[in-house]
Design a protein around this ligand. Structure first.
Ligand SMILES: Nc1nc2c(ncn2[C@@H]2O[C@H](COP(=O)(O)OP(=O)(O)O)[C@@H](O)[C@H]2O)c(=O)[nH]1
Ligand SMILES: [Mg+2]
Length: 282
């Protein structure tokens, strides 16, 4: 199945199903937390998120901020706030320090809808919120962090299928404990490629060698010296990296596949450096 050219394909049937499921989940909540990979502040967001969410208030969470340069990321925070008109926060789901603010913001975002309910004469209820985002951006990690302190599973609500579990985070907030997966639907291969770099695309869809080469090319444009220093090479090629590490296969050729696997892993774990792969001008 692996192809020798990087072309990532999404199946229309899967997308339609995922979209339907997501819409059903969305109908249950007052606001959403859209988790985005901070290394791709623009391209790991869904390109038609407003079409999908309608008027639903959204908190944009730039997660994995620990893997980025904070000064650069702060510029994207401002840009996204301006572009979307919604609050934008940074998070590192490996620590819990940012999450109090997340809780506070989503409660605020939900308030208009709760006021509307009360205006109809109903009693105040906690805000209902869910987490959405592309694969691997950290949705489950965030849900786990948020729900850790609260063991109150409050079960199915009226009209909610049994699998939908809610967790009471505090008296003002109920969180849907299953994340909404945003279906990928785009012909934009540039973006698909970037999502592959951060492991947001099934690894069956591409070969390591091709993705690693593309990643090195992009890093070479923006962070060339940092990456060259890390691998102790003059040129950012898999060949040179394999040679520099002394990864040689039979016949004396450099072990390209091994170099590719390491480059992807080093990048994804933030070992090479703190990077943002979107251009600010986009
Ligand atoms: N460095 C770092 N890694 C994270 C962060 N959040 C999640 N991860 C890691 O990213 C991977 C995917 O996280 P997961 O929560 O399963 O993503 P999901 O697919 O969106 O639910 C896991 O290996 C997490 O440990 C973060 O803020 N920083
Ligand atoms: Mg998950």
């Amino acid at each position: 199945m692996k192809k020798d050219k990087l072309h990532i394909h999404w199946y229309p049937g899967h997308i339609a199903k995922a979209e339907k499921q997501l819409k059903a989940q969305l109908s249950l909540v007052d606001a959403v937390i859209e988790v985005v990979d901070a290394r791709l502040p623009l391209s790991s967001s869904y390109d038609n998120i407003t079409g999908l969410l309608g008027k639903k208030p959204r908190l944009i969470l730039l997660n994995k901020s620990d893997l980025t340069d904070m000064n650069e990321l702060n510029k994207f925070v401002k840009l996204l706030e301006k572009k979307n008109g919604f609050p934008v926060l940074k998070s590192d789901a490996k620590s819990s320090k940012d999450l109090n603010l997340v809780v506070k913001k989503v409660v605020e975002l939900s308030e208009p809808r709760i006021q509307a309910i009360m205006a109809k004469g109903l009693l105040r209820r906690p805000a209902r919120v869910m987490v959405v985002g592309m694969p691997n951006v950290g949705k489950s990690s965030i849900i786990n962090k948020l729900t850790k302190s609260s063991k109150t599973k409050i079960g199915a609500k009226a009209g909610v299928t049994r699998q939908q579990q809610w967790v009471r985070i505090n008296p003002q907030l109920d969180l849907l404990d299953t994340p909404g997966i945003i279906p990928m639907k785009q012909e934009d291969q540039q973006r698909a490629k970037k999502l592959a770099f951060v492991n947001s695309v099934s690894e069956n869809a591409y070969s390591n060698e091709i993705v690693a080469k593309e990643l090195l090319a992009l890093l070479d444009e923006k962070y060339s010296q940092i990456v060259k220093d890390f691998y102790k090479v003059d040129n950012l090629t898999l060949d040179d990296i394999a040679k520099s590490r002394n990864w040689i296969i039979s016949g004396g050729n450099p072990d390209i596949e091994r170099a590719a696997v390491y480059v992807l892993r080093d990048f994804r774990e933030g070992k090479i450096g703190k990077f943002i792969l979107d251009d600010f001008e986009e």
